[in-house]
Design a protein around this ligand. Structure first.
Ligand code: 4AD
Ligand code: MG
Length: 451
């Protein structure tokens, strides 16, 4: 008798095979002589039915309990594989009256389930999401390395605020004795350990640029942190970002094309392995990936502005100085036929210092946002300013310690461009799930970091 997962049972066994299996009881029906149990083990969204005689089954068997079982594979009258169990051992029972928050056969809202994050991985939809997330993560790595990109681990602790938006979390040592032993008289406490103010990274971009000046095509996929006071369905305080940086490019097209290919290829890779899981996540069961066969739309910021100005129905109208809001993003996507759309060439004053001016209009920078249906922005990127003097002018006054970044232009400099794709935003787009807190195992958002 060998140990199997439900996935390997469905793929690789035949009637008559003797197997062992471990998992959690999803549902349970008692009939006269037999008990019919649906079991899941995380290997697939499909469940396996187990049949066991009442007089052999443990008395305290219940939904949610963890079990081991062994028996023989047989075919149901409908031709589906099921397990004719000879015995079941309960590892841990699961009793609602003891405080387990999910009763058998009840449906719960995402908000309710989110209040019990530690139990969430055993719910059907979230286990599908975790399998999708795992494969999407690996597919980004597989696709980019297949295209010649080198994976570089950029630091989480950093002294820069890459985006200059003042959304950094500051990091301090907790051990006061250590701080006292390290701090020199005149130093402030938050310079005691590293000699500079230290933050959790908002973006690995600047370090990635250093790596691109030597490795040509690089990427990183790791956690990033932003202290934004936003409880929106699209913001997290800790999220994963895929960032890539490409050397020797100087046209915005050289950036759009790899982004479009990346998103289409990774989506196809995940659909190949997780189509059932994606259907589980989409409540209505519809899986509409028609956009995969179409070219992404492209419009300049100026064109987008015109479209928005000509539309009267926005809550607060459209004013250039307020920039493009979520409501505007959704409108632009609809306007382009509900497919992903690149908005390119943005006004310089609403974008970070490192972006490169457009050659024919120095009030604009060669930046892009990719907007998608249901989510809005999922990618932000740009060509980088590689003219040392222009960069010196734009460097924020309080950005100490970026001499090394200037050196990249001074010594062996090349034009580069890159982008950051919000991994959770991409998962929202892929799965149709509406709240970003439901696509990351343990979400962090304002007032919520207690587990
Ligand atoms: O547009 P952003 O701020 O771009 C950068 O950080 C660049 N330095 C990236 C680069 O060029 N290497 O962020 C990139 C993406 C956004 O498009 C969005 O998808 C996601 O990161 N993002 C968030 N996702 C979840 N929660 C938040 N609070 C996010 N903020 C940004
Ligand atoms: Mg952005």
């Amino acid at each position: 008798t060998s140990s199997y997962t439900i996935n390997t049972i469905l793929q690789n066994t035949k009637a008559g095979d003797k197997i062992n299996l471990k998992g959690w009881i999803k549902s349970l029906r008692k009939q006269k002589e037999n008990i019919f149990i649906d079991i899941s083990d995380g290997s697939t969204s499909e469940k396996l039915q187990i049949i066991i005689a009442q007089n052999v089954a443990p008395k305290n068997i219940s939904t949610g309990a963890s079990i081991s079982t062994s028996g023989v594979i047989q075919l149901s009258p409908k031709g589906q594989k099921e397990l004719n169990a000879e015995e079941i051992t309960i590892h841990g029972d699961c009793v609602v009256s003891d405080g387990y928050p999910f009763a058998p056969r009840k449906q719960y809202t995402p908000e309710y389930i989110r209040q019990h994050l530690h139990f969430r991985p055993r719910t059907n939809k979230f286990s599908s999401l975790l399998r999708i997330r795992s494969n999407a993560h690996i597919s980004f790595h597989n696709y980019l390395t297949s295209q010649g990109y080198i994976n570089v681990q950029t630091p989480i602790l950093t002294s820069n605020d890459c985006e200059g938006a003042g959304e950094v979390f500051r990091v301090l040592p907790e051990n006061q004795a250590l701080v006292k032993s390290m701090a020199k008289e005149a130093q402030s406490l938050d310079e005691a350990f590293f000699d500079t103010k230290t933050f959790l990274t908002v973006s690995g971009q600047l370090h990635l640029e250093a790596a691109a000046h030597g490795l040509s095509k690089v990427y990183t996929l790791g956690p990033t942190f932003r202290a934004e006071n936003s409880r929106s369905r699209l913001h997290l305080a800790e999220f994963y970002m895929l960032e890539a940086e490409i050397a020797f490019i100087d046209r915005i097209e050289d950036l759009m094309s790899p982004i479009e290919k990346l998103i289409k290829n990774v989506t196809k890779m995940v659909l190949d392995t997780n189509e059932n899981d994606i259907s589980v996540c989409r409540n209505d069961g519809t899986v509409n990936f028609a956009w995969l066969e179409k070219d992404f739309a492209v419009m300049t910021y100026a064109e987008a502005e015109n479209v928005l100005k000509n539309h009267q129905e926005f809550e607060n109208g459209f004013r250039t100085e307020n920039g493009i809001t979520k409501e505007h993003e959704f409108f632009l996507v609809k306007h382009c036929g509900n497919i992903p759309v690149f908005v390119i060439n943005w006004p310089k004053d609403i974008k970070p210092f490192y972006m490169r001016e457009c050659p024919n209009d120095t009030s604009m920078v060669a930046a892009l946002d990719l907007l998608v249906p249901e989510v809005g922005e999922i990618v932000g990127g740009s060509l980088r300013e590689n003219d040392l003097n222009k960069l010196k002018e734009k460097l924020p006054k309080d950005s100490n310690g970026l001499d090394w970044y200037m050196d990249l232009r001074k010594f062996g400099g090349v034009p580069t461009g890159g982008y950051g794709l919000g991994f959770e935003r991409y998962l929202l787009f892929l799965t149709g799930i509406s709240n970003i807190k439901d696509v990351i195992p343990f979400p962090r958002w304002p007032h919520n970091c207690n587990m």
